[in-house]
Design a protein around this ligand. Sequence first.
Ligand SMILES: Cc1cc2nc3c(=O)[nH]c(=O)nc-3n(C[C@H](O)[C@H](O)[C@H](O)COP(=O)(O)OP(=O)(O)OC[C@H]3O[C@@H](n4cnc5c(N)ncnc54)[C@H](O)[C@@H]3O)c2cc1C
Length: 404
Amino acid sequence: MKHQKIVVIGGGASGLLAAIIAKRGHANVTILERNPKLGKKILATGNGRCNYTNQFTKAEHYNHPAFVEHALDVFGAKKTIQFFEKLGISPRIEDLGKAYPMSEQASSIVDVLVYETEQLGIEVLCNAKVVHVKKQQNQFFSTLSDGQIIKSDKVILATGGKAMPGSGSDGNGYQIAESFGHHITQLFPSLVKLKLNSPYLKSMDGVKIQGTVQLLDQNQVVQTEKGDVLFTSYGISGPTILQISRKANEMLAEHLEVKIKVILLDQMTKEDIERRFQMMQDKPLEVSLIGLVHKKIIPSMIKEAGIHNPAIRFSLLTPKEKGKLASLMLDWRFTVVDSKGYEDAQVTAGGVDVSEINPLSMESRLVPGLYMTGEILDIDGLCGGYNLQWAWSSAYLAGKHASI
Ligand SMILES: Cc1cc2nc3c(=O)[nH]c(=O)nc-3n(C[C@H](O)[C@H](O)[C@H](O)COP(=O)(O)OP(=O)(O)OC[C@H]3O[C@@H](n4cnc5c(N)ncnc54)[C@H](O)[C@@H]3O)c2cc1C
């Protein structure tokens, strides 16, 4: 049996797992990582706790469900939890199926992966940035920035996307893929905070509410998310916003007008609000809203309703003004102008066109022996452990098939 010589470019989430699987499959494996250490981005995941999978992962949590299906069938959440349990990670399952290491430290995931690579005798070259890869007579030649050339039978390209470029994943891997004739679909940041155009951002900065947000395309609701919403000096953030950011950025890229409807009081009806107004008739307007909406929102809401005197007695408001106040509580619209970009994004939407990749093995359909894993591919998932799960699932297939 021939022992394949495999070069894994990128020692992040998918590169590490692919290397381990390939080495267990008796391949001769070398990881080339541009950073001084392996797994830098993993340390930042899950707010430093690493939400490494989601118990309820399904193909529909991703942008190309048909493409990811096989990888998830072969190495889905259950297998991932078992894989990491064997390495020492006891799972701690939290709300909505999110899995974290019991230690609540993302560094635990890196530590056990690195320990396993050492145990298996995987060769690791750090400070090794690959600048070029070519294939000649069934051999790959990976050139490092210092001119060194590493020869291999197979290459697994695990260089990540463009999100958080300081982690080493700055999108340079797309050029390597393109040099082999692969196409890159439109790229945009996902799971990212959004910038709004609103005169009230300064005064509402820091307000956190439990509400509902809806993404609108020409007044039609295209996505609804319920939960924490955080107003900031540049716009809006929180888990609800991260979830709608993919679609919002996709619409921005298409130059569509992007509006967000915020339902501040999603547990109240218009009638509930009107009943409350009735009880507050004698109070000054600005006082009458205390206890109903966040205090920092009140001045902005009064201005947005077109009322110039915040101290006016509530009973003196016109029916139109009262109606406007009530409607802002249930439907306040904001215009999205941009996102915080790749620096702030958790994941890149878009990547290597998946029609050029075999979903059963992650091998390129254009270049036999070239495999791709993780975020470099045009695959992204929702927030909640799905993106790392994709890194592990795709890496498992690539590591297994490359070693054959
Ligand atoms: C702040 C933050 C929080 C996140 N939290 C979560 C979470 O809790 N749960 C979740 O599921 N997902 C999370 N993600 C997303 C997840 O981390 C990524 O989807 C995942 O790491 C992608 O794995 P990857 O192997 O494709 O790329 P990466 O993990 O980015 O690894 C790519 C590696 O390749 C190296 N590299 C790049 N180019 C070269 C080159 N030319 N030569 C050599 N090396 C190179 C890079 O230095 C890097 O180490 C988060 C992302 C961010 C930014």
